[in-house]
Ligand binder design. Structure first.
Ligand code: FAD
Length: 346
């Protein structure tokens, strides 16, 4: 009797979960292992703004319960960090030094919030928004009718901002080059998009005109708890400061793997890396486009899910190329507001 193939998936986000499900369906005899540093198995981060509406029960955000993984014979290893991948030996190393062998590996480790190097030292004074506990900490730090300063204002931040306005908070966006990320807005269109933010109820501060953000500081007694200081000497005050400067692929553990990396893991249209046994999907990978003759990131949950499915199909014998199913434009709605189809989760 031959040994079943061992498919390992790193990451339990949209891409990893879709891939594990597809692997299980298409290769019923195989072993499927999903390794994730997350404590929650698969939670709905698109719904995280609901924490600011008062929802504090983490179970309401979980998409698949633990039984799902048992029923589908997917070995889920939570709170487990991959620290190294050896592409030649087809092994990976976990933080506690265990080695896991794979026949195929899908890297779906996503991306984490990008922080410009010059602002990194002020991170302890900022509130993140990547995980459930981050959202709870930020919501707890906000008084009723409080004031939130969104630095940058990528699409994740603007999406949260909409909820904050709706709940009655005051929201200031410090606009700079990452505002609207990952959408690319032409310079001539930018004023209309900034105006749309103002029409939606955001207070917009032009960070570029103030010489860019210089520092984030704690407020003085009698002032708001946080100050954002600009290079021209001006400052704005708020209750919490949240960074939204886009995301950077999470791939430190792949640096010694022998796989080609640029900003993300470089993959062919089949989502295979430069190693036959290793594929990548989701926010971590950059996919070659024959039409443009360059590598592209594709974002948005529909694209990410489709990548997970395609990688799993190709791992299990298909030979299909990537075709995005969601475009990256950011249309202004007829009411002048921004309703990004890209971020709508349905
Ligand atoms: C708060 C928030 C809200 C968002 N809202 C929207 C939205 O409304 N609409 C939309 O389209 N997109 C939204 N996005 C973006 C969207 O979540 C991403 O495009 C998508 O989650 C990417 O999926 P992924 O599977 O590639 O990676 P992720 O969902 O980021 O999952 C990565 C997984 O890899 C694991 N991992 C990383 N490193 C390691 C390691 N070394 N070892 C083990 N495991 C590891 C992580 O724990 C995680 O489980 C949002 C993102 C955030 C942070």
């Amino acid at each position: 009797m031959s040994t079943p193939r061992h498919h390992v998936v790193i990451g339990s986000g949209v891409a990893g979960n879709q891939a594990a499900e597809t692997l299980r369906q298409r290769d019923p005899e195989s072993r499927v292992t999903m390794i994730t540093v997350s404590k929650l198995p698969f939670f709905n981060r698109y719904d995280l703004p609901r924490v600011f509406r008062g929802e504090r029960d983490w179970r309401k955000f979980v998409i698949y319960p633990a039984e799902y993984y048992l029923d589908n014979r997917i070995a889920l290893r939570r709170a487990t960090k991959v620290v190294n991948v050896d592409g030649t030996r087809q092994t990976l190393t976990l933080e506690h030094n265990e080695t896991v062998r794979f026949d195929t590996l899908l890297v779906a480790s996503g991306a984490s919030a990008y922080m410009p190097a010059e602002l990194a030292e002020y991170q302890p004074l900022m509130h993140a928004f990547g995980a459930f506990r981050d959202a709870v900490a930020a919501a707890d730090a906000l008084p009723k009718d409080g004031h939130v300063i969104l630095m940058g204002g990528d699409t994740i931040g603007l999406d949260l901002g909409r909820t904050l306005l709706d709940v009655g908070y005051r929201v200031t966006v410090v606009a700079e080059k990452h505002t609207f990320w990952p959408h690319e807005i032409a310079a001539e269109d930018r004023p209309r998009y900034i105006q749309a933010l103002a029409d939606m109820g955001f207070e917009v501060v032009d960070g570029h005109a103030r010489g860019e953000i210089a520092a984030v500081r704690a407020g003085a007694p009698g002032l708001s708890p946080r100050r954002v200081v600009f290079h021209d000497g001006s400052e704005i005050h708020g209750d919490i400061v949240m960074p939204f400067f886009g995301v950077a692929p999470a791939l430190d553990f792949m640096l010694g793997s022998g796989v080609d990396i640029e900003r993300g893991l470089l993959v062919k249209p089949s989502l295979r890396t430069t190693n036959e046994a290793i594929y990548a999907a989701g926010d971590v990978c950059q996919i070659w486009s024959d039409a443009d003759k360059r590598y592209h990131f594709y974002h948005g949950w529909k694209n990410v899910r489709a990548m997970g499915e395609l990688a799993a199909r190709n791992i299990t014998g298909a030979d299909e190329p990537w075709a995005p199913i969601q475009d990256e434009s950011l249309p202004l709605a007829t009411d002048g507001r921004i309703h990004s189809p890209f971020w709508e989760y349905a």
